[in-house]
Design a protein around this ligand. Structure first.
Ligand SMILES: *[C@@H]1O[C@H](CO)[C@@H](O)[C@H](O)[C@H]1NC(C)=O
Ligand SMILES: *[C@@H]1O[C@H](CO)[C@@H](O)[C@H](O)[C@H]1NC(C)=O
Ligand SMILES: *[C@@H]1O[C@H](CO)[C@@H](O)[C@H](O)[C@H]1NC(C)=O
Ligand SMILES: *[C@@H]1O[C@H](CO)[C@@H](O)[C@H](O)[C@H]1NC(C)=O
Ligand SMILES: *[C@@H]1O[C@H](CO)[C@@H](O)[C@H](O)[C@H]1NC(C)=O
Length: 442
């Protein structure tokens, strides 16, 4: 099976630049689970996760399944009934203090392992296989015993691959590249009883409440804490979301077209649709439609073009252009939005899609079947006209190391490079966006 999946991965890697062993557990990914409109099943003698008592720890495993722990119990995924921890991890004690899945790309023998903490001990598992039991001070030197919570923080979100440990009012940032610890007096995320990273978000749970925070500053978002029972589980009479939003926007598998796709220089891949976005490279951990402004401040509604260059991400929306610094998290550069004409020398209102290939500074702007090129390293801007493509209208475009992807309706077309895009004689075969990008079962 492993070999087979590896083979599939290789095959897909040719078409897409990201690849995870997600095929295995496709049908029960989180969004689908959360969309089930019934409350949690309960087993006699086992607690109900909707009781408001909160959790000791929350973590994902190497397959992207989320586990909520309390006392000797765990809840698997977002809707299953409670069971004993020892049914899945026989060697673990009751009442764990903290748990996380490690992201440690430079250390394959550690990467994706799960760590469970209690008192001064830490257990290391790969899936459900125990790999070792250690003293915290031996495994994570400088981290205190009796932790409150812990969460992974990959490079790009923290400066290096790191783990955030929480105890009382102090956060300990453990840098895995140097095995050193920095203490942070982050007041917004004090007294976390559990912490988790889900898709690209970080949450500190305080009992049944939770707060979203930035992992490299500890700053918390507005309008928190919120009650976890409205978000991370299905509880009678509870829930969230705006029921007036057209469900075809949030349903990643609907036939509705996407407005744009983008892959930034940090490997983050996004699909945009009507003021919402999906993150694609974290598909192993599940799916969720998030409002664009929750990641790109001040940006609301449908976008026309998006591209990344020089560690910045650019959005074209009507006649306006928004530029965000892309490191760690996205911050709008002062003075923006500005007029597209002023910034790029083109009419923003004509833009259907934009793309820029990695390692180049040539922005391609698609309007109808026309492509204009702009070298972003040159000011004043010098527009090069001329390229005509074989599609009369496109919704979005993206270029990565695998080639150029043109998105039209529910299909995409792949070209090896701009040479083939410009020199087309016959349009390549269409492929399904839903199947290949959104991992929908046909
Ligand atoms: C998803 O399904 C797979 C296979 O049926 C199963 O092993 C896994 O535990 C399921 N995950 C969740 C969260 O239910
Ligand atoms: C698992 O844990 C429960 C609760 O602590 C305990 O009653 C049960 O005997 C344990 N089962 C095994 C196989 O250790
Ligand atoms: C949860 O947050 C609300 C305010 O948003 C607060 O009133 C309540 O006491 C908090 N509950 C817990 C268990 O921290
Ligand atoms: C719900 O969405 C609609 C349409 O997108 C919007 O007009 C309305 O203000 C939203 N309501 C809330 C409470 O966010
Ligand atoms: C999408 O369109 C196809 C073909 O038109 C149709 O068979 C399918 O049921 C549609 N799916 C959804 C989710 O609307």
């Amino acid at each position: 099976m492993k070999f087979l999946l590896g083979g599939l991965c290789l095959f897909w890697a040719v078409a897409l630049s990201f690849c995870f062993p997600w095929l295995k557990h496709q049908p029960n990914i989180t969004e689908d689970e959360l969309n089930q409109h019934h409350s949690h099943p309960r087993h006699e003698g086992f607690p109900d996760r909707c009781d408001g008592l909160g959790f000791d720890a929350v973590t994902l495993d190497e397959q992207g399944v989320t586990y909520f722990f309390r006392d000797e119990f765990l809840w698997r995924g977002f809707r299953f009934a409670a069971e004993f921890i020892n049914k899945t991890w026989p060697g673990l004690p009751d009442h764990i203090d903290a748990a996380f899945r490690i992201h440690h790309k430079n250390s394959p023998e550690q990467h994706d392992r799960m760590f469970f903490f209690k008192g001064n001990q830490v257990w290391q598992y790969y899936g459900t296989k125990l790999e070792g039991q250690f003293l915290i001070q031996d495994k994570f030197h400088g981290i205190p015993d009796n932790l409150g919570a812990a969460v992974e923080c990959p490079e790009g979100e923290c400066q290096h691959d790191s783990v955030l440990f929480f105890k009382g009012a102090t956060t300990y940032v453990f840098d895995l590249s140097t095995n050193t610890v920095k203490q942070r007096p982050w007041t917004g995320v004090h007294i976390c009883t559990a912490a988790m990273r889900w898709i690209d978000r970080y949450y500190c749970f305080q009992g049944s409440n939770f707060t979203r925070f930035y992992p490299h500053t500890g700053l918390v978002f507005e309008n928190y804490p919120k009650d976890a029972r409205n978000y991370f589980m299905r509880c009678e009479g509870r829930g969230h979301g705006n029921k007036t939003v057209d469900p075809s926007i949030h349903n990643r598998c609907s036939n509705r077209s996407f407005d744009e796709f983008n892959q930034d220089e940090f490997g983050r891949v996004y699909a945009f649709r009507a003021g919402w976005y999906f993150r694609l490279d974290s598909k192993r951990d599940g799916w969720h439609a998030w409002p664009i402004h929750s990641t790109w401040p001040s940006l609301h509604g449908k976008i026309d073009g998006v591209f990344s260059w020089n560690k910045k991400t650019y959005f074209i929306q009507g006649s306006q252009i928004y530029i965000y610094k892309a490191e760690a998290h996205y911050t709008l550069i002062e003075g923006y939005p500005k007029s597209v004409t002023e910034e790029l020398g083109i009419h923003g209102t004509d833009v259907d899609a934009t793309f820029i290939c990695p390692g180049t500074s040539i922005l391609h702007v698609i309007s109808g079947n026309q492509v204009q090129s702009i070298n972003l390293e040159q000011t004043p801007r010098n527009l090069v006209d001329g390229l005509r493509i074989g599609h009369s209208h496109v919704d979005g475009a993206m270029c990565n190391s695998r080639g150029i992807f043109i998105f039209v309706g529910t299909d995409y077309y792949k070209y090896p490079s701009t040479t083939e895009l410009a020199g087309w004689t016959k349009i390549p075969e269409p492929h399904s966006i839903r199947a290949d990008f959104m991992s929908c079962v046909q």
